[in-house]
Design a protein around this ligand. Sequence first.
Ligand code: E4P
Length: 217
Amino acid sequence: MKFFIDTANLDDIRDLAATGLLDGVTTNPSLVAKTGRGFLEVVEEITRIVDGPVSAECVATDHETMLKEGEKLAAIAPNIAVKVPLTVDGLRTCKALSTQGVMVNVTLCFSPAQALLAAKAGAAFISPFVGRLDDIGQDGMALIAEICQIYANYDFDTEVLVASVRGPQHVITAAKLGADVATVPPNVLRQLFNHPLTDKGLAAFLADWDKTGQSIL
Ligand code: E4P
C-alpha cells in the first residue's frame, strides 16, 4: 500500500519524506489556503521534495477552463497529478488530460457509480472520501470495498486512493480491502509508527544496556 500525506504544509512534508516511507502528497484548495502562500509556488516546492505523485486541484467548474488550469498545473512538474472534481465537466477534463498522458486524480467521490465513471474516464486515481461519509452516518469503508471489487472485475488501472482518512483504523481497513493508496493527515501517518509496548520495551532494553557500561561505537 502506498502512503500519501494530505497536506500543503512544507515542514510536515519534509519531515515525513525523510522517513523514506512517503509515496506522494495530496493537496486541496482548503489545505493550500491554510498555508497563506501562493498555490503555484507551494505546489512547485512540494514536487521538488517528493518524487511520487503530487495532487494539485483545479478550481474552475467548467470543462474548458478546468482543462486550461489542468494543463498549467501539469506543466509544473512530471509528477503532478491534476485533481478534478467528480462532475460531468470534471470527468470530461479527466478524459482529455489522461489522453494527453497527464495523471488525473478524480476527487470528491462518494459512490461506486461515480468511481466506475472515473475509471472509464482514464483517471490515474479515484479519491473516495471515507471520513466525510462516516460523518453523515454512512459507511465509508463499505464504499472502498465496492470500488475495489468493481475495479478488480474489469481490471481497471485506476488506483483506489482512500481519502478523508480520520485515523489509523481507516488505514488498516483500507489495506485489508486491498486499496492501492491511503492519503492521510500528517498526524495519522505519525500515529502509524507508534505502539505503547514498543516504547515500554525500548525503555527496558536501554535501561539494561546502560547497566552493562558498554557502547557499540
Ligand atoms: C483528498 O485528497 C482530500 O484532500 C482529503 O482527504 C479531504 O479530507 P477531509 O475530509 O479531512 O477534508
